[in-house]
Design a binder for this molecule. Structure first.
Ligand SMILES: C[S@@+](CC[C@H](N)C(=O)[O-])C[C@H]1O[C@@H](n2cnc3c(N)ncnc32)[C@H](O)[C@@H]1O
Length: 232
């Protein structure tokens, strides 16, 4: 059943005030249109002050905003090309999956390319994780995608498997990024980091930047990181 996606005119107004027409126009094309096509609720942001949360996780986290559709698609293509036939055996994990958009785009792209990789999202804020599950169910991907309500620092390493593809869209600050990297480094992840505000933390831990895309907005700045064989 198609559902009316919630539209927040204040979001559009703030975007216009910040960057002129280009940002609200791009938001419509790259975020809002995704929901209009599928009847999902992913485009509306949740500002920090709208979270009903407190504690360490909240203090160190950013707010919810969805990655742009073409950015996710472009990076799926890049990962598929780099990993090749091994793609199906590598788990995709979106750390801070918010309302589940990255997971849905990834699953749709995987289906089109014949890759059967496990797909999983981790989100600490339960109301967002619930919206993600509802969106995923709505597009008929509930069997394909798992959403776990948890702090990224408390996730059972078994979720990742060996050599996971880990996606991050600037979910938290360097104080959380450091222990997070310690938890996953030994798994030899391929990390896709959008708006990589703390990319230096990866570099200090022996990860190399393999590829970068950029553009007029920080949502377009994305880097792929992988550890060199001699990093430990
Ligand atoms: C910028 S949003 C990105 C959402 C989604 N990955 C996307 O690209 O569309 C960052 C998300 O990370 C979540 N987050 C922040 N800190 C977290 C933590 N420690 N563990 C799990 N999720 C976290 C936030 O609640 C928010 O939903």
């Amino acid at each position: 059943m198609w559902r009316e996606p919630p539209v927040n005119p204040r979001d559009y107004w703030q975007m216009f005030c910040a960057r002129g027409w280009r940002l609200p126009y791009t938001h419509f094309r790259e975020a809002h249109a995704f929901d209009l096509r599928r009847g999902t609720d992913t485009a509306t942001r949740l500002a920090r002050e709208q979270y009903d949360a407190e504690g360490d996780t909240f203090e160190h986290s950013t707010f919810y905003g969805a990655a742009w559709t073409s950015v996710i698609e472009q990076w799926f293509d890049w990962v598929a090309e780099r990993v090749g036939p091994e793609l199906s055996s590598r788990t995709f994990v979106d750390i801070g999956c918010g309302k589940g958009k990255v997971l849905i785009v990834w699953a749709e792209k995987a289906a089109r390319s014949g890759a059967s990789m496990p797909i999983c999202g981790i989100e600490y804020y339960a109301p967002l994780a619930d919206i993600a599950r509802s969106n995923i169910e709505h597009v008929g991907l509930a069997e394909r995608i798992e959403v776990i309500t948890a702090d990224a620092l408390n996730v059972d390493p078994e979720v990742y498997g060996r050599r996971p593809v880990v996606f991050l869209f600037n979910p938290f600050d360097a104080d959380v990024m450091r222990p997070f990297i310690e938890r996953v480094a030994a798994l030899d992840p391929l990390v896709i980091y959008a708006n990589p505000v703390h990319g230096d933390v990866f570099e200090q831990r022996g990860f190399n930047c393999l590829h970068e895309t950029s553009g007029w907005h920080n949502g377009l700045l994305v880097r792929a990181y992988e550890r060199t064989a001699t990093s430990d």
